[in-house]
Design a protein around this ligand. Structure first.
Ligand SMILES: [Zn+2]
Length: 126
């Protein structure tokens, strides 16, 4: 009897954890987080959520590079090989549609997030 109670409790905890995990996963799949999208020559090279602090080095075959820093929900270019350093001196970006452009390196970092919600809505209403 007592053993059964323990098993029941364990099973309930297991179910609760599974439900919690499922809900967390679901919200992760459905919530569109702001992301910094890195493109080289218009080709997507990577996506980095602004919620995660990270440093990314984008190095090209000719030796040119940009170092992207994501910190406190903002993205900026920390360092770059370009001569003008326009990208480095640009203020950090965090809002939909904002971008960091490095013309000499043909690099673009753009913020993307819930912009597709409009498209989703129109699909649903069709
Ligand atoms: Zn630059």
């Amino acid at each position: 009897m007592k053993k059964n109670d323990v098993i029941l409790a364990a099973a309930l905890i297991g179910i609760a954890l599974a439900a919690f995990g499922g809900a967390a996963l679901y919200s992760q799949l459905t919530t569109k987080e702001p992301e910094a999208v890195v493109r080289l020559d218009g080709e997507e090279k990577g996506r980095y959520p602004l919620s995660e602090d990270t440093t990314v080095e984008i190095r090209q075959e000719d030796g040119s590079y940009n170092i992207l820093r994501v910190e406190s929900g903002k993205a900026r270019i920390l360092k770059a090989s370009c001569p003008d350093k326009v990208c480095v001196s640009h203020r950090p970006i965090s809002r939909q549609g904002e971008s960091l452009i490095c013309l000499p390196n043909r690099l673009a970092v753009e913020i993307e997030n819930g912009a597709e919600s409009g498209i989703d809505a129109s699909v649903l209403s069709r």
